[in-house]
Design a protein around this ligand. Structure first.
Ligand SMILES: Cc1cc2nc3c(=O)[nH]c(=O)nc-3n(C[C@H](O)[C@H](O)[C@H](O)COP(=O)(O)OP(=O)(O)OC[C@H]3O[C@@H](n4cnc5c(N)ncnc54)[C@H](O)[C@@H]3O)c2cc1C
Length: 197
């Protein structure tokens, strides 16, 4: 049986996009181990999608998204109760501001370059069907679609029994507190598909 993908990533938010890019980017070593075939499944425009927003975060030195930043600061200003203004350098730390629409556009470009298929589908169910993870949903026109993958990572967070427990289905929410079976690292996600084969 052929899969539509090695890894299906549900949700094209910050977590799903960065995960899909890391999974799909060519591996070093002249392709001795090819990158997995990744499909991203993201809801069509509508209530499930967040409006554009701004993220701010702390990071030491140079980070992977520095080229996309709207602004960054390397010093802190504190206004004391007596009106005094205290400026302090942050050392190696920077406070960085990234706009979600810029990040999403840049990640979409990278996914396109890596040949990753992004499907505009609202996921309605996912099953660990033994030999495959089976993801069912509907596109914007209401048409049903089915995706079979060797492994499934859901980044839209845990919701009831979604996705189902099982070796082929994992869930993580970078934004929330959920991660199953454990909060894994990107290299762990990257080798997920080979372990599932
Ligand atoms: C106004 C605002 C400001 C914020 N500021 C900061 C900040 O300054 N710093 C910071 O660290 N964090 C900030 N956050 C939090 C940060 O935005 C989230 O933690 C982060 O975006 C979560 O990313 P995610 O990929 O886990 O989830 P999401 O961004 O929620 O992505 C989940 C994706 O799954 C898709 N989806 C949902 N259901 C389905 C379905 N059934 N089928 C298919 N797709 C589906 C959604 O469309 C969405 O694109 C802010 C959040 C908001 C709302």
């Amino acid at each position: 049986m052929g899969w539509d993908a090695d890894v299906a990533v549900v949700g094209a938010g910050a977590a799903g996009l960065s995960l899909a890019v890391e999974l799909a980017k060519p591996l070093p070593g002249n392709g001795r181990r090819p990158a997995p075939r990744v499909v991203v499944v993201e809801a069509p425009p509508g209530p499930l999608r967040w409006p554009a927003r701004t993220w701010c975060y702390w990071e030491a030195d140079v980070g992977p998204y520095d080229g996309l930043l709207a602004a960054s600061w390397n010093q802190l200003r504190v206004y004391a109760a007596d009106g005094a203004v205290i400026d302090r350098p942050l050392g190696r730390l920077r406070y960085k501001m990234l706009r979600s629409d810029r990040f999403e556009a840049a990640m979409a470009e990278r996914l396109d370059a890596y040949g990753v298929d992004v499907r505009r589908t609202t996921v309605e169910s996912a099953q660990d069907a033994g030999a495959a993870a089976v993801v069912c949903g509907r596109d914007a026109s209401g048409a049903r679609s089915v995706l079979r993958s060797s492994g499934l990572v859901s980044t839209r967070g845990l919701c009831g029994s979604y996705p189902p427990p099982g070796p082929r289905c994992s869930s993580a929410s970078w934004g929330g507190s959920c991660a199953r079976p454990s909060r894994p690292s990107i290299p762990a996600w990257r080798s997920l598909w080979t372990r599932l084969q």
